[in-house]
Design a protein. Structure first.
Length: 390
């Protein structure tokens, strides 16, 4: 199998962003292969604020595949992890690390076991697409370790089998998941519409109202919608195809008015169906530039101030320069905010302290990347076990 001693460990670490759909994926036409009922479009968020980091290690001393998520061991036996592992192992190639005296031939990967540690820098399973970032990172990092030569399109179709929207996290910027026609799912892949630099003045503010795990998983919610909602079929077949074309044009032309109208219309269609938010309770607001984001944040902090004891800098996280843009440096500044000028005497603005847990200010971000700095690896290079356990 490999030359040199039999106690070597080889590792790779990757970081992959999350994404938020502006034309939503909701409903599968094939549950096993995770094939959607319509195309969808998303923006990739800045990995500095919302991403999964994953280290994968391989060693002949490992006796089984194991995984830790946020420091706790989790089973890898689920169909979704297994599909991704199987597909990546099929594409694995020879690996040689001369310095460490390691040679792995492509057939060896079928017998070698892996240890995987992953960490999300934002709440897991709370409607912020942690599984999208997580499964994309799982596939991306395994592919790097196993020297898979295929492009991001192919990797996106594997990530899709782990979590549908994970395919869109394979690229930065603006991404379309084309639903495809083939029964095998080979053409149900993500494509990049434009990179993050195409329209880099957009600011995204996420109001996190709950970091608890959502009660209904997206899988169950989608299945219920497909089985019970005539509106969903109408949406997929009649509404979304036109909206996709208009959204592509809005992105191409950096036309914020059209981009915002289409984004809101698409989200609202789910409220028309059952008065629920998409997949979790947290709302994502998009401002066309930093100045508007500052004004938006002033209004948000007026209506949803932090509980009295909270520090402003732990209430607004991510890109803190938006606080500066809003002219807010301390809780005193928040307390002194005037009511939004557009609020009318008849409908005075109300304050709801403590309703929002915190705000994340972010922006468009780049796609997956390999982290070469060994200090960022989540597994120890000597034991192959997590450096941190919770
Ligand atoms: N589900 C949620 N977050 C994840 C992660 N980082 N890796 C794998 N699965 C996940």
């Amino acid at each position: 199998m490999a030359s040199g001693t039999e106690s070597w460990i080889l590792m790779a670490t990757g970081r992959t962003p999350t994404n938020i759909a502006v034309i939503k994926y909701w409903g599968k036409r094939d549950e096993a292969l995770i094939l959607p009922v319509n195309d969808s479009i998303s923006v990739t968020l800045d990995p500095d604020h919302l991403s999964a980091t994953t280290t994968v290690a391989v060693s002949p001393t490992f006796d089984r595949d194991r995984m830790w998520l946020n420091g706790k061991e989790i089973p890898l036996s689920g169909d979704r992890f297994q599909s991704c592992l199987r597909e990546i192992r099929k594409l694995a190639d020879d690996v040689e690390d001369e310095k460490k005296g390691i040679r792995i031939q492509k057939d060896d990967w079928q017998k070698l076991h892996v240890h995987i540690a992953s960490y999300n820098n934002f709440p897991t399973a709370a409607g912020l697409a942690s599984s999208a970032a997580g499964l994309a990172c799982f596939v991306f990092t395994l592919a790097k370790l196993m020297n898979v030569k295929e492009d991001c399109g192919k990797l996106s179709s594997i990530a899709r089998q782990g979590s549908g929207s994970a395919c869109r996290s394979m690229y930065g910027g603006f991404v379309k998941w084309t639903m495809g026609k083939d029964a095998s799912g080979s053409d149900s892949i993500a494509v990049q519409l434009a990179s993050e630099s195409h329209w880099n003045d957009l600011v995204i503010i996420i109001a996190v109202v709950s970091s608890k795990q959502k009660e209904t998983s997206s899988t169950t919610g989608m299945r219920d919608s497909v089985e019970t909602s005539p509106l969903l079929q109408h949406r997929a077949q009649t509404v979304v195809p036109g909206r996709i074309l208009q959204m592509e044009e809005a992105i191409r032309n950096r036309d914020f008015a059209s981009f915002a109208r289409l984004t809101c219309a698409d989200s609202n269609q789910f409220h028309a169906a059952a008065y629920t938010f998409d997949a979790g309770p947290n709302s994502v607001l998009i401002a066309p530039n930093r100045k508007s984001a500052g004004l938006l944040l002033q209004r948000l902090l007026f209506c949803f101030p932090p509980p009295a004891h909270n520090e402003l800098t732990s209430y607004v996280i991510g890109d803190k320069s938006i606080l500066h843009e809003a002219g807010l440096q301390s809780m005193k500044d928040v307390e002194a905010l005037p009511p939004p000028p557009e609020s009318k005497d008849k409908y005075p603005s109300q304050k709801f302290p403590g309703v929002v847990s915190y705000f994340i200010c972010t922006r468009l971000g780049s796609g997956p990347r390999v982290l070469t700095d060994e200090s960022l690896a989540l597994l120890s290079p000597t034991t192959g076990l997590p450096k941190l356990l919770y």
